[in-house]
Design a protein around this ligand. Structure first.
Ligand code: AMP
Length: 490
């Protein structure tokens, strides 16, 4: 099938040809005709499948007829991160170059004044992260009653980041009669529930199951002891022919620490994570894309959607806790027909995360060893070492709880309770003899009718295991439970 068979206008076809695309991808082939006739679409597709063009190309043609009114956008695209929003806005510019559609990008970290000025002039396409959109709505700067097309992109990522309540609120502000396009890389029950609520008789499309990492990525596992991780990474970078690479850490704090250590060792590296100001994030990403930065040390903010051509390597400095993140991370390389190489550093306590990845991708990641560095045996048990190092983490009292209690620096940042995956673990205590403060030792508990108290894993212990809710008394052990219950006699 060719693009010409999909029903797109001559202008859009010309822009597509200018972009160098010769044939539509499967998601484009399946979605575009349905979007053009006004059907709702439920697309199970990850980034890299060409889904952005799958919705932007037909939207451009639909929106070509009609004009926007001041502060009343005609279409709305919700993206979980600023980077993805910016990428979609670039796609609109590329594919809409022969149209006169107006567009505004509402993302945190950018000046409100510029964004408001654009909205005042009227926009056909509004691309936004949920938090910033609600901020502007609450300030009366925007009316959503004229939105005819809604796109919810990367819905599962929105869920991970705690944005679903915002998304539900936004959808409640839109006209009920509209066209909705809903994309998600995975369809867990929570996402399916939202899709059922937001879509009317959608055309369901599913391409490239999320468990299939890019075929062109050669994957490697390096097992090391925790204290050898940095050395192992440095050796890998030196041994491999690294043109440019993303090095993923699980936690923002570790991103900064690792970045500083690489720079100190003479590598051309920079950090990227969600706590950095937007201007710095954009600048860093641009410099990485331009080749000025060779190594980008990043949190999972960079795992999805970022389209950086020709990246030679991905390094997982930490094994991702959620197996799907592995697929997303290594999918940053091996793109557009080029080969890529991915290396994952695993320590003994990462055994069960490595096993979960192997289960998801349907094979073991081949192990390689580094000369001079002893390899380590992976354990699928959550070993004593891990438990001890978690329990005994002595953050300063003033630091403790800061992350948990903090309001997000910006509404586009994950909500604290949802950002657990990216939270710093407490650093290991330097003085092993010191007892951790009570609050750190306190565990959630349940008590049965006989008064028997059962200790549950603490929230930070559960974090890496599952996303279940806090039960019982949460993280606190109330003082009265520390004493045996008094039985009244007589
Ligand atoms: P996406 O999944 O939308 O992030 O797209 C991933 C990459 O595929 C982007 O670099 C697009 O420019 C590219 N792309 C989209 N559609 C096509 C196509 N039909 N042929 C070749 N490349 C495409």
């Amino acid at each position: 099938m060719s693009f010409a068979d999909l029903g797109l206008s001559a202008e859009v076809l010309k822009a597509v040809a200018d972009a160098g695309y010769t044939a539509p991808t499967p998601i484009q082939e399946q979605a575009i005709p349905f979007v053009l006739i006004g059907r709702d679409v439920l697309g199970c597709a990850q980034t890299g499948t060409g889904k952005t063009a799958g919705f932007t190309l037909p939207m451009i043609d639909i929106l070509a007829a009609g004009r926007a009114r001041a502060r009343m956008p005609r279409s709305l695209i919700l993206e979980p991160t600023r980077e993805l929003a910016a990428q979609v806005s670039n796609a609109f510019e590329t594919y809409g170059k022969y149209h006169k559609l107006s567009m505004a990008l509402l993302i945190g970290g950018e000046s409100f004044t510029d964004q408001e000025r654009k909205l005042d002039r009227g926009v056909d396409v509004l691309i936004a992260t949920p938090g910033r959109l609600l901020d502007l709505f609450e300030r009366g700067k925007i009316l959503l009653s004229d939105v005819k097309i809604l796109v919810i992109d990367e819905a599962d990522r929105m869920l991970d980041m705690g944005f679903i309540p915002d998304v539900e609120r936004i959808v409640g502000l839109l006209p009920r009669i509209r066209q909705t396009l809903f994309f998600s890389a995975t369809m867990p029950p929570e996402i399916r529930r939202l899709a059922d609520a937001f879509l009317m008789n959608p055309k369901e499309i599913s391409v490239a199951p999320p468990a299939s990492p890019a075929a062109l990525v050669a994957q490697h596992l390096v097992t090391v002891q925790p204290h050898d991780k940095r050395e192992a990474l440095r050796r890998l970078i030196r041994n491999e022919d690294v043109k440019n690479a993303i090095i993923f850490c699980n936690r923002k704090r570790d991103v900064d620490i690792l970045n500083r250590s690489l720079v100190k060792s003479g590598f051309n590296a920079a950090a990227l994570h969600g706590d950095m100001p937007q201007s710095k994030r954009t600048e860093t990403l641009e410099r990485f894309k331009e080749g000025e930065i060779r190594l980008l040390v990043a949190s999972d903010v960079a795992a999805r959607g970022l389209d950086i051509q020709g990246m030679s390597h991905v390094f997982n400095f930490d094994v991702p806790i959620h197996a799907e993140d592995y697929v997303h991370r290594i999918g940053r390389t091996g793109r557009a027909g080029r080969e890529g190489r991915a290396f994952t550093l695993a320590t003994p306590e990462d055994g069960r995360f490595v096993a979960a990845i192997a289960k998801l991708i349907g094979k073991d990641i081949p192990t390689v060893s580094l000369e001079g560095l002893g390899s380590a045996e992976l354990s699928e048990e959550e070993g004593d070492h891990r438990r001890r190092s978690r329990r005994g983490r002595g953050r300063k009292p003033q630091d403790r709880g800061r992350h948990e209690a903090r309001e997000p620096a910006h509404r586009d940042e994950p909500r604290p309770e949802a950002a657990r995956r990216d939270q710093p673990h407490h650093p290991p205590r330097e003085n092993g003899s010191q007892r951790p403060p009570l609050r750190e030792r306190a565990r959630p508990v349940t008590m049965d009718p006989e008064g028997k108290v059962t200790l549950l894993p603490r929230r930070d212990e559960r974090r890496d295991e599952d996303d279940s809710r806090v039960v019982g008394f949460g993280d606190h052990l109330p003082a009265f439970l520390a004493h045996p219950p008094r039985i009244a006699r007589g």
